[in-house]
Design a protein around this ligand. Structure first.
Ligand SMILES: *Cc1c(COP(=O)(O)O)cnc(C)c1O
Length: 355
């Protein structure tokens, strides 16, 4: 019997490995998926409950009110906003909208593990460029990797999973070097956690460069990872193309209302982000005081470059009550969570060094 063939690309696809879950029944902190440790605000919960009453209807396909609220907050036109089912989905739609089969997409590596998958599924070919020292993007090498086949360059800033963000002077030189018909995607999933004054505001970069698209999300700082809301900011012509490539009704009605309620409560939510940033400093300083070499981080996680010891370290950490995310042979990413989780993790990390 002959079988239905699957696309060859699927056989070559690296699997997306989700951050581990806490073992059932065990007391454990989940620091494996860069989630916000705080529960939803009561106002956001109320918006979700209200939205549930309309769940027999399709949502507003273009998330009109949410797009208007995002645009007002960012100071851009509503026609530049394209929402989607998480910014991972929006990235897929961006690539589908601009890549022909076999086009090249330059990406940093190691970086966000969704990138190689999204590129391959769009029928494009990924061109990974190794990170520079300290887990930083090597923007000069990425510019040099651009060829006439290149349609898109992905710039993950801060870089997941290593932590550093690109600086304004580096990004300016990079955009100077990249042809204006190559799309540059600034993935700013962690922008609200950035405190380094040398990091540019992606929206200012977007204002100056028609070939720049900014990706942002409600999953991290705004604490809505479970509802799946992200968006792109793009020139209206590009935005229309991304919209045309999007899954219809991709953002549910509860997700739209929860994101709107979150924008209404932005002050309160960003105060929580400040608290996470303070815990990040405590974690980073604590690890360095123990003797760990940890790259700078502008996101809500730190990177331990443990190499071959990564998987073993992560298993020990999970047994001791903290679920972290190993990248086999490379390093371990630890999300910044509750203060008690940071205390416990610092104990585990210190113990590892003293063995
Ligand atoms: C978490 C993350 C996203 C956002 O994912 P959502 O699909 O919006 O939940 C995008 N890019 C990077 C680099 C991330 O780490």
């Amino acid at each position: 019997m002959t079988r239905v063939p699957l696309r060859q690309a699927l056989a070559d696809l690296p699997p997306y490995v989700p951050g581990g879950r806490a073992p059932v029944g065990a007391a454990a902190f989940k620091l494996s998926s860069n989630e916000n440790p705080y529960p939803p605000l009561p106002s956001v919960m109320a918006a979700i409950v209200d939205a549930a009453a309309d769940i027999n209807r399709y949502p507003d396909m273009y998330a009109t009110e949410l797009s208007e609220a995002i645009a007002a907050r960012l100071g851009v036109g509503t026609d530049t906003i394209v929402t989607g089912c998480g910014s991972v989905a929006v990235l897929g739609h961006v690539l589908t909208a601009v890549c022909e089969a076999g086009d090249e997409v330059v990406l940093p590596w190691r970086s966000f593990e969704a990138y190689p998958i999204a590129i391959t599924l769009a029928g494009a070919v990924g061109v990974p460029v190794p990170l520079a020292a300290g887990g930083r993007l090597d923007l000069a090498a990425m510019a040099a990797a651009v060829t006439p086949r290149t349609r898109v360059v992905l710039v993950c800033t801060p870089n997941n999973p290593t932590g550093p963000a690109v600086h304004a002077d580096e990004l300016d030189a990079f955009l100077e070097a990249v042809p204006s018909d190559v799309l540059v995607v600034l993935d700013e999933a962690y922008v609200e956690f950035v405190r380094d004054p040398d990091v540019p505001d992606g929206l200012a970069v977007f204002a100056d460069h028609p070939n720049v698209v900014v990706l942002r999300t409600f999953s991290k700082a705004y604490g809505l990872a479970g509802l799946r809301v992200g968006y792109a900011v793009a020139r209206p012509r590009l935005a229309a193309g991304i919209r045309a490539a999007s899954t219809p009704f991709g953002v549910s009605h509860p997700a739209q209302l929860a994101a709107l309620a979150s924008l209404d409560a932005a002050d309160e939510l960003l105060a929580r982000v400040d608290r996470v940033v303070r815990q990040r400093t405590r974690l980073l300083d604590g690890l360095r005081a123990q003797g760990w070499e940890v790259p700078d981080t502008q996101a809500n996680f730190v990177w331990l470059p443990l190499g071959e010891a990564s998987t073993h370290f992560a298993e020990r950490s999970i047994r001791a009550g903290v679920v972290v995310r190993p990248f086999a042979g490379d390093g371990v990413r630890v999300s910044v969570g509750e203060p008690e989780a940071i205390d416990l993790f610092l104990e585990i990390a210190g113990e590892h060094l003293s063995r």
